[in-house]
Design a protein. Structure first.
Lengths: 113, 110
């Protein structure tokens, strides 16, 4: 079974803090993705990566950066957290061309106070 | 116009009912289509892919109409366990990424 894990289920941070969200997959997948999910807006793509050290902006990259130093790990960084970044963050991975099944982690519910 | 549009619902149906969800997509070059299911407070999981000729998986039937850029999901003989949000998903041509609809919530009642 594919397993995608995220470092925290719940996180509370203060405005201005630097926040790291970690995602690890154990199936040697090429592609990894970060989404945020908000009521009424669905899943919105923040960034994705199709190879180590490669990244591509999604639909809402502003205020975020990413890092992929190893194939199995994809990190999302909030350089200076703001209250409008309070959300559910979901990581996903997929093999091949990126149109295969996406396997999601359990999500991190981030609250920025 | 949103890339993928769905009726948010909720659809409240009794057990045993047949229910259908629709979805429209804006990019006519899209080639891959899926339905994902998301239970409350859980991550999305693939329910089924949608093929050009239509396809069935048990009580679930998916249809694609390329001319109208329209995808549907039919659930027959609804079970309480079918209660979830159903996400319509479409590939992004030229990019290794997908676009997710906002989802349609289904509540099956006893």
């Amino acid at each position: 079974d594919v397993k995608v894990t995220q470092s925290s289920r719940y996180l509370v941070k203060r405005t201005g803090e630097k926040v790291f969200l970690e995602c690890v997959q154990d199936m040697d997948h090429e592609n990894m993705f970060w989404y945020r999910q908000d009521p009424g807006l669905g899943l919105r793509l923040i960034y994705f990566s199709y190879d180590v050290k490669m990244k591509e902006k999604g639909d809402i990259p502003e205020g975020y950066s990413v890092s992929r130093e190893k194939k199995e790990r994809f990190s999302l960084i909030l350089e200076s957290a703001s209250t409008n970044q309070t959300s559910m963050y979901l990581c996903a991975s997929t093999p091949g061309l990126g149109t295969d099944t996406q396997y999601f982690g359990p999500g991190t519910r981030l609250t920025v106070l | 116009r949103k890339e993928v549009e769905q009726d948010p619902g909720p659809f409240n149906v009794p057990e045993g009912a047949t229910v259908a969800f629709n979805c429209t997509y804006s990019n006519s070059a899209s080639q891959s289509f899926f339905w994902y299911r998301q239970d409350c407070r859980k991550e999305p999981k693939l329910l089924m892919s949608v093929y050009s000729s239509g396809n069935e998986d048990g009580r679930f039937t998916a249809q694609l109409n390329r001319a109208s850029q329209y995808i549907s999901l039919l659930i027959r003989d609804s079970k309480l366990s079918d209660s979830a949000t159903y996400l319509c998903v479409v590939n992004r041509p030229g990019r290794r990424a997908l676009t997710f609809g906002s989802g349609t919530r289904l509540q099956v009642q006893p």
